[in-house]
Ligand binder design. Structure first.
Ligand code: SF4
Length: 362
């Protein structure tokens, strides 16, 4: 019996490394471990977490005398970790003493399974929100009135629209609070009334209140947006989304506004779908919004080779072609809450078992 004496955290990946180390011959006998079996298999994970080690088809005997099948049954009874979808996985045995081949096929299958787990975890937050009647997302966490203003799209659709325009290069909470500051000063968000405010005044207002890192640029973005909504959408930004159910075309509509690119165009349509339940079709037009948080998480997970907006969009399209934007909220929240730039909180992150960075590959 070989006991596992490691003090490392009891994670599948760390245990996997322990087993790999133990596979090196140090007593004259070569022990071949199953290197082509994904550790996302619950029985394998459970076996290793129990301190057991596996050869080509069996668990090395332990003092408890548990067989591979006994461990597998424990997993299936729910006594050990299960797959996220609750199903049990069929374990493929190799014949005892049969040499284990690390084939391209098995590696690809393992990578596929690995990516499926990431896909499931990243899409979970979007699906949770879709199940709610009222969104749980808090846009402005330190000001409930400003937050409620963003959510009142029935009566104040301008607030959501302005918040979307401002949500770049500064913290999201700060961007989404700008509509409230405008309302407090001008007493209205009506674009018909605000159309008479000249660009110089907007610039002065933004500067005076230190609204944005780019006060001049954002003042111009707002000024031109108000003009465009007044001339093309009867002064009401909700006419943008109320008159278009095709998500791809709606993204393009938003992108016709000065300063709105891939990130904001897809973000606002995703928000309308997820938080405000607009029943859009053609969701393949909603790409992931390549925000700095999202790109960082995709790269650290190992989904893309370098931090690149284009690669992030392409990868999300590959992972879920029908609706690439499904990963947006999950990746963004993980980036904000756990994946800190210099000291990510990997031990708390739900993706730690599937992350290249957390397993030391970066
Ligand atoms: S495990 Fe760590 S590095 Fe990986 S996504 Fe989570 S916080 Fe970021």
């Amino acid at each position: 019996m070989r006991e596992d004496r490691t003090n490392k955290p009891n994670t599948v990946r760390n245990r996997q490394r322990v087993v790999t180390l133990k596979s090196k011959p140090h007593d004259g006998k070569t022990r071949v471990l199953i290197e082509d079996v994904s550790f996302t298999s619950p029985a394998l994970a459970a076996a290793v977490m129990l301190g057991k080690e596996m050869t080509g088809g069996h668990v090395w005997k332990t003092g408890q005398g548990q067989s591979f099948n006994e461990i597998k049954q424990q997993v299936e009874r729910g006594e050990l970790p299960q797959r996220n979808d609750g199903s049990s996985e069929k374990i493929k045995h190799k014949k005892q003493n049969e040499p284990v081949k690390n084939t391209t096929e098995t590696l690809e299958a393992s990578e596929h399974e690995h990516e499926q787990q990431i896909k499931q975890l990243l899409s979970r937050r979007h699906l949770e929100e879709m199940d709610r009647d009222v969104t749980s997302i808090v846009y402005v966490d330190d000001n409930p009135t400003a937050d409620a203003l963003i959510k009142d799209i029935e009566h104040q659709p301008e607030a959501l629209f302005i918040g979307m325009l401002m949500d770049r290069r500064i913290k999201a909470e700060r961007a989404w609070s700008i509509p409230y500051i405008i309302l407090s000063h001008y007493g209205t968000l009506s674009f018909e009334k605000l159309k008479d405010v000249p660009l110089d005044e907007w610039i002065a207002f933004f500067n005076r209140n230190h609204l944005h890192i780019d006060n001049k640029g954002m003042a111009k973005v707002l000024y031109l947006a108000i003009k465009k909504v007044n001339s093309e959408y009867a002064g009401d930004p909700s006419n943008l989304w109320k008159s278009e159910t095709d998500a791809s075309r709606l993204v393009q509509r938003f992108q016709e506004f000065h300063g709105v690119g891939d990130k904001l165009g897809t973000m606002i349509v995703n928000i309308l779908l997820r938080d405000f339940k607009f029943p859009f079709n053609n969701l393949l037009g909603i790409d992931i919004s390549p925000d700095i948080q999202v790109v960082k998480v995709f790269h650290r997970l190992g989904l893309i080779p370098k931090e690149s907006k284009t690669d992030t969009i392409r990868k999300a399209r590959t992972m879920n072609p029908d609706f690439p934007g499904i990963f947006d909220l999950g990746a963004w929240e993980i980036g904000r809450d756990y994946c800190k730039p210099s000291s990510p909180l990997c031990t708390q992150c739900p993706l730690s078992n599937y992350c290249d960075y957390a397993s030391g590959k970066h």
